[in-house]
Structure formats: structure tokens, C-alpha cells
Design a protein around this ligand. Structure first.
Ligand code: OAD
Length: 237
């Protein structure tokens, strides 16, 4: 399907686990009051690396099936809805780059053209061979297209390259405003996008419960369900 690139994104949002915390989805590193952090409960090496997948596919499939169930039980919160409203108001000037594998941005109504899942998505599985995508839930099966590769979670693991980096970097270079929402800034290359934004002259704002890197022009502290709608209200006017 063709993508209309006539309008360049000017408002680029990078979202992380913190934007979904108030929907009841645990963050990875910092407990958010709703329970222990994901990477305190599960070994990253076992469930989020290619080597872990080679060692024990069933364990990895079970882990992502649990994530998928937690995601299905969750609802978008005011932060997701605010970003969808911004895209409805400003169209292709808005791009949301999410590190999250949940589908709460799309369920809040954010159109696919305004959203990039740089770390993949729970909703799909991908053929390890030919990269064909199918709906998730059919892991372990052979790919229906090439009939050879194994279907694996469509999630970017440690040691793998995030999806769509050229398109993301282009958008960040052209941005007027770069906003990071609910991300710890510990995982690259996502954590380096703020540097690209700054070098190319964007204003940079961080919305988080706490200050992270100190690399942003401005940090607004508070839960995303409050800070994101406030910022969006200012942008829409
Ligand atoms: P982290 O768990 O590292 O960080 C979550 C951030 O959200 C922290 O900075 C919290 O302070 C903040 N936070 C928590 N609740 C919040 C709220 N209600 N409102 C605003 N901020 C809140 O999650 P990510 O930065 O998304 O990658 O993690 C990045 C990547 O590491 C993930 O995409 C995942 C993980 O390993 C892969 O699996 C490849």
C-alpha cells in the first residue's frame, strides 16, 4: 500500500512503557505502583533475545501469550486518547513512534499512518525467514507464504535492529517538537533520538514521573494521563 509522504511530520512523540502504565501494563524497569517491573520478574536473556528463543521457544511463546492477554484486558488511557485527538486535528504533521508492543495507541483511534511500532507488536507474528507477517497466535507453525521459516513473535529483541529506523530518523530530523513520554531512556537507539532532535533544532520535552537523562529542554513531571492531554491541548489551541 502506498504511503502519502507529502506532509512531513513536525510533532514527533516517542512513547514508552510509562504511557501504558496507568492502563495496568507493567513497565520494564521502574515499578509504577501496580506491581513489580517486568525485567525484575522475567529474565531478559530468556524471553527477549534471539539466543533465549533458540534455547526455549515454548517459554518465549508463553511469555508473549501472557503479554497479549494482559494487553487485551487493558484499555487505553487519557494519554493514548489525547495523541489520537492530536493526529485527528493535525493529520500527517503528527508521528507517534512507540517502543510499546501493546496496541493501546491504535485502540485509542490513532491511525496506522501516524504510528510506528519500532520494537514490534504483540498483535502479529513474523516469519523468521521471509519476514511475512500474520496475526499472532500461530507461533511454532511454518510460514504460510514461504512454507519454510518459523513464525516468531513480531517483537524486536535485544541485539536486533528496531523497525523503520530510517523513516523515524528522518521524521525526528524534520521535527519542530520532539516529546518523549514515559520512557526511561535506557534502550538505544530510541534513547538517542532526542540527540538527533536537538542537533536539528527541535524543541525537546520529556513527560515522565521523574527526570531521566537531563537531555531535554524541558521536563514536565506527572502521570502521562495528565501531562499528555495538557500538552496536546496547548498544541491544538
Ligand atoms: P521503562 O520501564 O524502562 O521506563 C518506563 C518509564 O516510564 C520510566 O522512566 C518511568 O518513570 C515512566 N513512567 C512510569 N509510569 C508513568 C506514568 N504513569 N506516566 C509517565 N511516566 C511514567 O520502559 P521503556 O523506556 O519503554 O524493549 O523501555 C524501553 C524498552 O526496554 C522497551 O521497549 C523494551 C524494554 O526492554 C524491548 O523489549 C526491545
Amino acid at each position: 500500500m502506498g504511503h502519502d509522504m507529502t506532509t512531513t511530520p513536525r510533532f514527533v512523540f516517542l512513547t514508552g512503557a510509562g504511557i501504558s502504565a496507568e492502563s495496568g501494563i507493567p513497565t520494564f524497569r521502574t515499578p509504577d505502583g501496580g506491581g513489580p517491573a517486568m525485567w525484575a520478574e522475567h529474565s531478559v536473556d530468556d524471553v527477549a533475545t534471539p539466543a533465549g528463543y533458540r534455547r526455549n521457544r515454548n517459554l518465549v511463546h508463553r511469555f508473549y501469550q501472557e503479554r497479549r492477554e494482559a494487553c487485551a484486558a487493558a484499555e487505553p488511557n487519557a494519554a493514548h486518547y489525547a495523541l489520537a485527538a492530536l493526529a485527528a486535528a493535525l493529520g500527517d504533521k503528527v508521528l507517534v513512534v512507540t517502543q510499546n508492543v501493546d496496541d493501546l495507541h491504535e485502540r485509542a483511534g490513532l491511525p496506522a499512518r501516524n504510528l510506528i511500532h519500532m520494537h514490534g507488536a504483540l498483535a502479529t507474528a513474523i516469519c523468521a525467514g521471509c519476514r511475512h507477517r500474520v496475526d499472532a497466535g500461530v507461533y511454532g507453525d511454518r510460514c504460510p507464504r514461504c512454507r519454510d521459516g518459523l513464525l516468531r513473535p513480531d517483537v524486536v529483541w535485544f541485539g536486533e535492529r528496531p523497525y523503520e529506523m530510517p523513516r523515524i530518523e528522518r521524521a525526528v530530523r524534520d521535527a519542530y517538537l520532539f516529546v518523549a513520554v514515559g520512557t526511561s531512556g535506557e534502550v538505544y537507539p530510541a534513547a538517542g533520538l532526542v540527540d538527533i532532535a536537538r542537533v536539528h533544532g527541535a524543541s525537546t520535552v520529556e513527560l515522565n514521573l521523574q527526570q531521566t537523562s537531563g537531555l531535554f529542554d524541558e521536563t514536565r513531571l506527572g502521570p502521562a494521563s495528565r501531562t499528555v492531554p495538557e500538552l496536546v491541548k496547548n498544541l491544538i489551541g
